[in-house]
Design a protein around this ligand. Structure first.
Ligand SMILES: Cc1ncc(C[n+]2csc(CCOP(=O)(O)OP(=O)(O)O)c2C)c(N)n1
Ligand SMILES: [Mg+2]
Length: 268
């Protein structure tokens, strides 16, 4: 299966999951579908039959509100049955809207309170090194999320401890809950900020699969003993025209039966 086909499947299943409750964090879930397609096709060392395998790669979805995009990816990879997607946020569910490592096979860190993921990833990365594993800890952060101060404590720690097994992705869709990130509180220059804390950085089109893959391959091949940050320029709501056109109000919005059917038409 191509990256393109898998990304479309991820978008379809993400919206199916949200359609089960009638709404969800649509914009920021669709904007990471292409990254998830590349990561889970070519990079994540993870086994759906052994989701807690000690020497696996780990993914910290720090922007934990995009849980449905990760659930779509994980179920398509065989981590749990597809019909779990219909239980988003329902009483007793294994799929809460914000990711929880104790509930969902394949979810490596609990998140939802923004700003904490990189700190958690530092702990995971140190532990992996202590055990002699040569795997990676990937972190997906939002651009608005970068306004949280704890990110920069995490970045300082990762840089100081030269955690070269950490690769941070910033889903730079330029929007947050209340509007454009540049209007609320600008987070640029993102690369310069991470560089200042000792990261090696890169910035690429977050919807071009080959380019995303190249950036990850470059980060892994790089011999600098340092954590890496790849800023992905993305579009919030990417892949479904009427969600893209909503602008910042696509952050959390409806996925009615009618909208879902229209989206499926666009995602053929
Ligand atoms: C500490 C904290 N403050 C506020 C929120 C509420 N909240 C959820 S998503 C969001 C916007 C985040 O914007 P961004 O990181 O750019 O996410 P994306 O655009 O990828 O959805 C906010 C403020 C939260 N989850 N955690
Ligand atoms: Mg954003």
């Amino acid at each position: 299966m191509t990256y393109e086909q898998f990304a479309k499947q991820i978008r379809r299943e993400t919206l199916r999951c949200m359609n089960s409750q009638g709404s969800g964090h649509v914009g920021g879930s669709l904007s990471i579908a292409d990254l998830l397609s590349v990561l889970y096709t070519s990079h994540m060392k993870a086994d759906p039959r052994k989701p807690k395998m000690a020497d696996r790669d780990q993914l910290v979805l720090s922007k934990g509100h995009a849980g449905p995009a990760l659930y779509a990816t994980l179920t398509l990879k065989g981590f749990f049955p597809m019909d779990w997607l219909n239980t988003l946020n329902k009483l007793g569910t294994r799929l809460p809207s914000h990711v929880n490592l104790n509930l969902t096979p394949g979810v490596d860190m609990t998140a939802g309170s923004l700003g904490q993921g990189l700190s958690c990833a530092c702990g995971l990365a140190l532990a992996q090194k202590a055990q002699g594993f040569d795997n990676y800890v990937y972190v997906i952060m939002g651009d608005g999320e970068l306004q949280e101060g704890q990110n920069w404590e995490g970045a300082m720690f990762a840089g100081a401890h030269k955690l070269n097994n950490v690769i941070v992705f910033v889903d730079n869709n330029k929007m947050q809950i209340d509007g454009m990130t540049s209007d609320v509180l600008s987070v640029e220059d993102i690369e310069a900020k991470f560089k200042a804390f000792g990261f090696v950085t890169d910035r690429v089109d977050g919807h071009d699969h080959a380019i995303i893959n190249d950036a990850i391959v470059r980060a892994k091949k790089d011999t600098t003993v340092a954590p890496h940050c790849i800023v992905l320029d993305t579009v919030k709501g990417k892949g479904v025209s009427f969600y893209e056109n909503l602008g910042p109000s696509n952050h959390s919005t409806t996925v009615t039966d009618e909208q879902f059917a229209k989206a499926l038409d666009e995602l053929k």
